[in-house]
Design a protein around this ligand. Sequence first.
Ligand SMILES: Cc1ncc(COP(=O)(O)O)c(C=O)c1O
Length: 383
Amino acid sequence: MDLVSEINNRKRDNLYRNRRSISSAQGPLVLINGEEFLNFSSNDYLGLANSDILKAAMVEAVNEYGLGSGSSQLVVGHSVAHELLENKLTEFLNRDAALVFSSGYMANLAIASVLIDSNTIILQDKLNHASLIDAARLSDGKLVRYRHSDIDHLKTLLEKHKQNNLVVMTDGVFSMDGDYAPAAEIASLCKTYNAVLIIDDAHGLGVLGDTGAGLLELQDLDQSQVPLLIGTFGKSFGGCGAFISGSAIYVDAFIQKARTYIYTTAMLPSIAVAMTQAIELVSNADEHRKTLCSLIYLFKELMQEANLGASVSCSHIQPFIVGSADKTVGLSDALFKNNILAAAIRPPTVSKNTSRLRLSFTAGHNKIQVASLVQEIKNNLNE
Ligand SMILES: Cc1ncc(COP(=O)(O)O)c(C=O)c1O
């Protein structure tokens, strides 16, 4: 493989990825090279990544449990801290059982080794996150994708493959578009076709629902309708790690069979303690959710007033579709020169000609910051 020309081609096509080193905590304002930037690219939707309460919980837990978890969960890495986190999750989500993973990517990949055999068809929304797609790709089953949120298409495919074992996987809130999956309709189809439904609500948890229990709470769906729910702690919960949750038999099967659970070092116990506390904060974060809603509303209103159009998303993830990778990078760079972080998302993360700024809002932002984002997009769009 000629890596040098591959990388050069990426540079030529404006698809080359750069990292920026941040020297402060996450928040609406971050420091890069000593300069302050307005951050509209973070998934820290409730502003918990720098919470004093969570930092104190973590420091205390480091003093109790030390730093590393020592091994994988099935050797000696499973601690009381993980057990308490799993108990807290089941209570918060109103589900029978939960299992903690080191990351959302690993939680999703686990599905490949637990639920899919060579007779399984895995039906996935076209816009699902890469980790769901990779789970299917790494499995012995066959991946079939349905058009984005298209229930009729999903139904046609379920009918076509009804002799197989069927698994349906979807994002809850779509990570690059911010819209919601029609979860209730998908759940009802899955019941009809005896398909296992798995929803990854990484971006809905914390933000949606009266207590922040996500899209399922918002759409009033329980474990009998959505047997497997996946979530991450790296977004609204302000930390890292992830979980799957469902019936006790599912959780047991994941413990026995999930390669990304068995063959990796367990989540740090201090993170488990902090995330247990984060669930408590999330379930009482009504004011944060209200603030976030009003900022999203303001953003959409200002975009319309500025004739910049409005996305279909009504969530904290607002894509501003520019089209070509060149123009998107140009706009993102121009905003950066004006001290605004708005990441350019390009293929292969999104499909060709839908390159975009993926703007994300948090409860820590304020109205003035949102207004200046819109103003700077307008000022720099055609430069
Ligand atoms: C829908 C979705 N699932 C899973 C993940 C991966 O989670 P983690 O960052 O915990 O690996 C992400 C994003 O990072 C995501 O957007």
